[in-house]
Design a binder for this molecule. Structure first.
Ligand code: R5P
Length: 290
């Protein structure tokens, strides 16, 4: 097996290769003055089981194109198998046609990866794992929630209350609670498809005087997390932390979340950022070693 750390996941790719004790093929990349991207493998991939690691957080369109070029290049250069590790899979929230005539974007992305030559995709906490079953290509969805919960446990938050956002995501809080053991619950959230406005259902939660950690798959604009933090604080929580697998933190989201009263934000290196304190490298390496 050889690992190719893509331009968007150089550190994570290196870490995965170190854990697996495999060779790395570096990627030379640049952007031409007109915006087109360039990719070159600085090493041989022929007859190898190739693992391409490339996240697709914003600017997602450029990172996706780099990924398509890398996968197709590996196929042309006669790789034996191609596994693509896409820690954050862009467009995964458009997982159906919510309004008539909309594009089913995640289907298009997966179809293109398969057409380029990917044999398997490994991702982390995809927004809706159910949708992956509809694809022909095997997509393995790993969960980094326990790693995030372990981080908090090691920081002294054993016994903290775990919260997730949305009834469908209850499993996230339950998974965190397996580590933190302070009880779990969820806050129902709703987003208006046209205006993007988020509302939270103000259902009572047993958080008074407690340390609370709100787990979510993605923090993008921060709007959902800010609403949830507000409701938890209103009920008298002692502290409240925002934890997410994919800290997209668009614009000044980080600042806005802290100003809303959060005691901290913790994410993973699925998306490199100032809050990416937890590495998914061991999780991915274990999946690849299987
Ligand atoms: C939504 O279903 C997701 O789990 C996140 O809660 C959402 O994507 C976060 O988006 P934003 O930070 O823009 O509110």
């Amino acid at each position: 097996m050889i690992v190719v750390p893509g331009p968007a996941s150089q550190e994570l790719g290196q870490k995965i290769a170190e854990l697996l004790k495999t060779k790395v093929v570096p990627v030379e990349f640049k952007r031409f003055p007109d915006g087109e991207v360039y990719i070159r493998f600085d090493g041989k991939v022929e007859a190898e089981d190739v693992v391409i690691v490339q996240t697709t957080s914003p600017p997602q369109n450029e990172k996706l194109l780099q990924l398509f070029l890398m996968v197709d290049n590996a196929k042309d250069l006669k790789a034996k198998t191609i596994t693509t590790v896409v820690p954050y899979l862009a467009y995964s929230r458009q997982d159906r046609r919510f309004r008539p005539g909309e594009a089913f974007s995640i289907k298009t992305i997966v179809t293109l990866l398969e057409a380029c030559g990917a044999h398997k995709i490994i991702t982390v906490n995809v927004h809706n794992p159910e949708v992956l079953k509809a694809f022909k290509i095997r997509v393995e969805d790993l969960s980094a929630i326990s790693l995030l919960a372990e981080y908090f446990k090691n920081q002294g938050f054993n016994g903290a209350f775990s919260l997730s956002l949305g009834k469908k995501a209850q499993a996230i809080a339950a998974e965190a609670n397996n580590v933190l053991k302070g009880g779990h619950g969820y806050i129902e959230t709703r987003r208006d498809r046209l205006t993007g406005k988020v509302t939270v259902e103000k259902k009572a939660l047993p958080v008074k005087g407690r340390d609370v950690i709100i787990f979510d798959d993605i923090i993008s604009s921060g709007g959902t997390m800010i609403k949830a933090i507000g409701w938890v604080k209103e009920q008298g929580a002692r502290s409240v932390y925002a934890a997410c697998v994919h800290p997209l933190l668009v614009g000044d989201a980080e600042d806005k979340i802290m100003k809303s009263g959060a005691d901290g934000i913790v994410g993973t290196d699925c998306v490199p950022s100032s809050v990416s304190l937890v590495s998914v490298a061991p999780l991915v390496a274990k999946a690849l070693a299987k």
